[in-house]
Design a protein around this ligand. Structure first.
Ligand SMILES: Cc1ncc(COP(=O)(O)O)c(C=O)c1O
Length: 288
């Protein structure tokens, strides 16, 4: 079993895979990316990730250098070559290598890389440990819907959260509106209704967020895609975060204040179970 990379058509061991130091992804953060979870050697919601990859690339005025079918085939080959059953695919597209300049180069060829790494299998629901969150100002730009490699504000906030013993920083804008986490979307149950920030330019519309919203609708759980603020978050009956690598993760305390237990609460638990069923239906059962 091996971490395998693919750089513009060539497979390599990840430790030996290299791109130019003049690559604009490295010098300028001029690129976009995706992370796709692999369960049971199958990519989970690959099409949705590729659609978002296309939208991100388009938003920074890049064309995908390979057709979506070729990328899909490459993802399968990477998983097969790695031998991993549980893992993730990282995929990145940059504007390529050129003499450093803010202006887009005329001659650069975009660089596309993908690699696969192993992850632990998804834990049983009872083994998922509720985590702590802290609230921090959202200091990012106004195009958070683009999944760009420019992640410094996210990294700084996540680092602060980690140093405070929290798994995630829950970000809020100047007016107190809660947007999302540094690497996740945030849901809260307020007055009996599930709430999450709408998919505007202020958040990344997570693929996991979308799956969870589908489940909420399938189960007819009261839901509002409407922002909530810090005061409302304080009164929340339940809070959880969602992401490709964290799935549905319950939050037990915010800024060291414990939520009205038990955590996970009843709605979160229902969603965690239904999310496991989605994994089973898409990646475990003999389908497709
Ligand atoms: C800022 C941000 N929001 C939300 C998410 C969750 O997105 P997804 O569910 O597609 O992993 C991520 C994932 O990396 C993220 O970076």
């Amino acid at each position: 079993m091996q971490n395998i990379a693919w750089i513009d058509g060539t497979y390599r061991d990840l430790s030996k895979a290299k791109v130019s130091i003049e690559d604009r992804g490295y010098l300028l953060g001029d690129g976009v990316y995706e992370v796709i979870r692999v369960y049971n050697s199958r990519p989970f919601y690959l099409d949705a990730h590729l659609q978002r990859f296309l939208r991100s690339a388009e938003a920074i005025r890049l064309d995908l250098p390979y057709p979506v079918d070729r990328i899909t085939e490459t993802v399968s080959e990477l998983i097969e070559k790695s031998g991993y059953s549980e893992g993730y695919i990282y995929m990145q597209l940059t504007r390529g290598s050129a003499k450093r300049d803010h202006l887009f180069p005329d001659d650069a060829v975009p660089t596309m890389v993908m690699y696969v790494r192993e992850l632990k299998p998804v834990p049983e629901i009872d083994a998922v440990e509720p985590q702590e969150g802290i609230t921090l100002p959202d200091e990012r730009w106004l195009n958070c819907h683009i999944k760009t490699t420019n992640l410094l504000p996210n990294l700084l906030a996540r680092q602060k959260a980690s140093e405070a013993g929290a798994v995630e920083a829950i970000l809020y804008r100047q007016d107190g509106t809660v947007t999302e986490g540094t690497r996740s979307n945030v849901f809260a149950v307020i007055d009996g209704k599930v709430r999450t920030h709408p998919a505007t330019n202020l958040i990344l519309a997570g693929i996991t967020r979308g799956i969870v919203i589908d489940i909420i609708q399938e189960l007819s759980i009261p839901f509002l895609e409407k922002p909530f603020n810090l005061q409302e978050l304080e009164t929340a009956e339940e809070v959880w975060v969602t992401s490709t690598t964290m799935e549905v993760n319950p939050i037990k305390a915010i800024d060291s204040r414990l939520l009205k237990s038990p955590v996970p609460g009843p709605i979160c638990k229902q969603l965690m179970e239904a999310f496991h069923n989605k994994i089973a239906a898409n990646c475990l059962e003999d389908v497709k």
